[in-house]
Write a protein that binds this ligand. Structure first.
Ligand code: NAD
Ligand code: MG
Length: 386
């Protein structure tokens, strides 16, 4: 692999930290351009100094004094706010890793895409919300969009060297989350602490709740729909509790290609960082004999309606996926704050989807306006049930 420059949007998060762990092991290969965070000024400053970043940016402007103080004398520039995030995302870098959580990452991710280089995408909510607006920008700017989400990274690898016209189905695997075997009655009493304890993956709080509700798989269905344009009817979901097979592509001759690996995000992150080559990771090798059994079962959309809601939103197209995503972000935050019960997340999203329609977004500001309005409606609803 040749030396390359890297920006990480969301450097202090679970994906950002895993990425920097890989960079730390191959320090001489990487020039770090920009690192960003929401408000963790001290953590961000420490990382920016360690990796010799040009600039460190906090989204929350009230954290700028703390960031400035922590970076004093280091030679790293300090900046804050939405415009500073966009400016950092636009700086020349060979690869920008989009790892902010939620639609908050959309503006900077679009700015990185506009540069026409390589964007490694973990921030699925940005693609779900912007959909065609983002994929059109990718095509217009000649950007290479590399999926970091483990399922999409698996599919990307299984599609390499094949023609999309020969694909019969694409199957996303789902662990089923921590409540996989819980009854509806038990689900209604699930607590935030139980929801963030994922059996296989160690992730940020929001995606952990999404995994528990299956909204994560719903968002991933819409993400796959945009990344791999084979048609929604060819996209399937299967529950695979061991999280060893990360997804599969079935071809029309009856061959199914799958990508397997340990449940460690450093594997798909490394695949994107080193693309089109490979890099060494410290991840434990896959020991199939120790795992023993791989099992699969159909998803249950009665207990977990999220995948049905996402499929319906993808079918409806236009503004629906952005509305679904925004309503889910608000409902997850309300659940984590103890304001609504677990099963109210999907119920709340369904409610917002059925009470708000908007014309299809044609540009980034349309998407942001839809996102804003859907959030306001979701907030009213969650306050109403609280
Ligand atoms: P996280 O909560 O651990 O980290 C999020 C990062 O974004 C942090 O650096 C945080 O400071 C920053 N951030 C949060 N809110 C922000 C805001 N309003 N403005 C600017 N920055 C903000 O999240 P994560 O688990 O690392 O997930 C990041 C993204 O990657 C999500 O979209 C998630 O769905 C996706 N993803 C994560 C995993 C995983 O294993 N963690 C796997 C697949 C995909
Ligand atoms: Mg995933």
């Amino acid at each position: 692999m040749t030396r390359r420059s890297l920006t990480i949007l969301g450097a202090t998060g679970s994906i950002g930290t895993s990425t920097l762990d890989l960079v730390r092991r191959d320090r001489e290969l990487w020039d770090v351009v920009a690192l960003t965070a929401n408000c963790q000024a001290r953590d961000l400053a420490r990382l920016a100094c360690e990796f010799g970043a040009q600039v460190a940016v906090v989204a929350d402007e009230s954290c700028l004094p703390e960031l400035r103080e922590a970076l004093a004398g280091s030679g790293v520039e300090a900046a804050a706010g939405k415009d500073a995030l966009v400016e950092a995302a636009s700086r020349q870098a060979d690869i920008v890793l989009a790892a902010i959580v939620g639609c908050a990452g959309l503006g900077p991710t679009m700015a990185a895409i506009e540069q026409g280089r390589v964007v490694a995408l973990a921030n699925k909510e940005a693609l779900v919300s912007a959909g065609d607006v983002m994929t059109a920008a990718v095509r217009r700017c000649g950007t290479v969009l590399l999926p970091v989400d483990s399922e999409h990274n698996a599919i990307f690898q299984c599609l390499a060297g094949n023609d999309a016209a020969d694909v019969r189905t694409i199957t996303l695997t789902a662990s089923g989350g921590p409540f996989r075997d819980w009854s509806l009655e038990r689900l209604s009493a699930a607590t935030p602490a139980e929801a963030v304890k994922h059996p296989n993956w160690d992730m940020g709080a929001k995606i952990s709740v999404d995994s528990a509700t299956m909204f994560n798989k719903g968002l991933e269905l819409i993400e796959a729909y945009h990344l791999f344009p084979v048609g929604l009817e060819k996209l399937r979901i299967i529950v695979h509790p061991q999280s060893v097979v990360h997804s599969m592509v079935e071809y029309r001759d009856g061959s199914t290609l799958a990508q397997l690996g340990p449940s460690d995000m450093r594997v798909p992150i490394a695949s994107a960082l080193a693309w089109p080559r490979r890099m060494t990771t410290p991840c434990a090798p896959l020991d199939l004999a120790a795992i023993g059994e791989l099992t699969f079962r159909a998803p249950d959309e009665v207990r977990f309606p999220a995948t049905r809601l996402a499929r319906e939103a993808a079918e409806a197209g236009g503004a629906a996926p952005a509305i679904l995503n925004a309503a889910n972000e608000i409902a997850v935050a309300a659940f984590l704050a103890g304001q609504i019960g677990f099963t109210r997340i999907a119920a709340g999203v369904e409610n917002v989807l059925s009470s708000y329609a908007a014309p299809a977004p044609g540009c980034l500001s349309d998407v942001l306006a839809i996102d804003d309005e859907a959030r306001a409606r979701a907030r009213q609803l969650t306050q109403a049930v609280a």
